[in-house]
Design a protein around this ligand. Structure first.
Ligand SMILES: [Zn+2]
Length: 353
């Protein structure tokens, strides 16, 4: 019993000590796709109809957590700025100062951090414990990042809280996929949706607010969400990796030379990149324009011409399987050799049939 109580209090500490209030790389005010859900929140708040549970859904890399933190900051601030278009926390009141220092007692967070990938019933129990303490301000907030990480017991435990929320509480959940949450949870929360912006909007935003050149912004957009999250250009040589595939298909370089080049990249990164190229190759094969930035598009055209559509279609399951085994402790060289052989083998269609 004593042991379990000690364990519990440790978990409560872990929840409380888990927060650092980061500088936001993604500012809600100058991020077009965050404006609508932010306005929706403000409208609920101004009408005094803020629910106890809010669920923000949106793809990774779009600033869902930045929006969540802005909602928390605004909700806890003692004198928030309410001028239309400039709404936000004042950043100077005692509540804001505590929050910025990472010591606001009314903020509980279950963040997604590295290895601790799932949210367990113990995590939620620690949250419930924290909600039983006296509040510092008028509202206590729990932020659960990627709430689909909750296992069944955790979700059931949270559901009880949502069904009978303590007075002055706000449960803020984020998720990439709302359909992975139990329907019972979904029915207890209001949803704020962050929609994927168009390419033009995203590229403009990357240039204007993140300081990328047009070419680099186009490249980040093409690489997809994994890359956009980091807000950094890849450190590996995507051009060399792509050229190696072209050379392999053309017979200009052998399997071993290709493997040597591809070995410079992690298998997971390589798999995602080859799949991204494959998607664009299929676009070109279907008579559509390549989505690739101008310095990459010629290589896509070359790839497209190097094989028939049938051959390219057969490459897809090979690439998918390579991605699925990317984290397995296989021998790098052998696994890449097999990939290179499978992707070029002329008897491929027959073998797979
Ligand atoms: Zn304030």
């Amino acid at each position: 019993m004593a042991k379990s109580a000690a364990k519990k209090s440790l978990q409560a500490e872990a929840v409380a000590a888990d927060f650092a209030w980061p500088e936001e790389r993604i500012q809600v005010a100058n991020t077009p796709w965050l404006r609508a859900p932010w306005a929706q929140f403000l409208a609920m708040r101004q009408a005094n109809r803020l629910p106890h549970g809010l669920l923000i859904t949106g793809a990774r890399g779009l600033g869902v957590m930045s929006l969540a933190r802005q909602i928390i900051a605004y909700s806890l601030c003692r004198s928030p700025i309410t001028a239309p278009g400039a709404e936000g926390a004042c950043q100077v009141c005692p509540a804001c100062r505590l929050r910025l220092a990472g010591t606001h007692p009314d903020i509980q967070q279950l963040l997604q951090s590295g290895s601790a990938s799932s949210v367990t019933v113990d995590d939620i129990r620690a949250l419930i414990d924290a909600f039983s303490f006296t509040r510092y301000g008028a509202l206590r907030v729990a932020l659960i990042e990627q709430a689909e990480r909750m296992n069944r017991n955790a979700a059931n435990s949270l559901l009880k809280l949502l069904e009978e929320p303590p007075e002055g509480s706000l449960f803020l959940l984020t998720t990439e996929r709302a359909d992975l949450l139990p329907a019972t949870i979904r029915s207890r929360v209001q949803r704020l949706v962050v929609t994927m912006p168009s390419r033009a909007v995203m590229v403009r935003w990357l240039c204007d607010t993140q300081g990328f050149s047009e070419a680099d912004a186009q490249m980040l957009w093409f690489m997809g969400e994994e890359q956009r999250i980091s807000g950094e250009l890849p450190a590996w040589d995507w051009l060399a990796v792509t050229q190696a595939w072209v050379a392999l298909n053309a017979g200009h370089s052998g399997v071993l030379a290709t493997v040597k080049c591809w070995q410079a990249v992690s298998r997971d990164t390589l798999a995602r990149w080859l799949l991204r190229l494959w998607v664009d190759v299929m676009r070109v094969q279907s008579g559509l324009a390549s989505e690739a930035p101008s310095h990459l598009a010629p290589l896509i055209s070359q790839l497209s011409r190097q094989h028939t559509r049938v051959h390219w279609l057969k490459c897809h399951p090979i690439l998918l399987e390579f991605l699925q085994t990317a984290s397995h402790p296989l021998n790098d060289e052998l696994s890449l050799e097999r990939l290179a052989l499978d992707l070029t083998d002329q008897s491929l269609p027959a073998r797979l049939a």
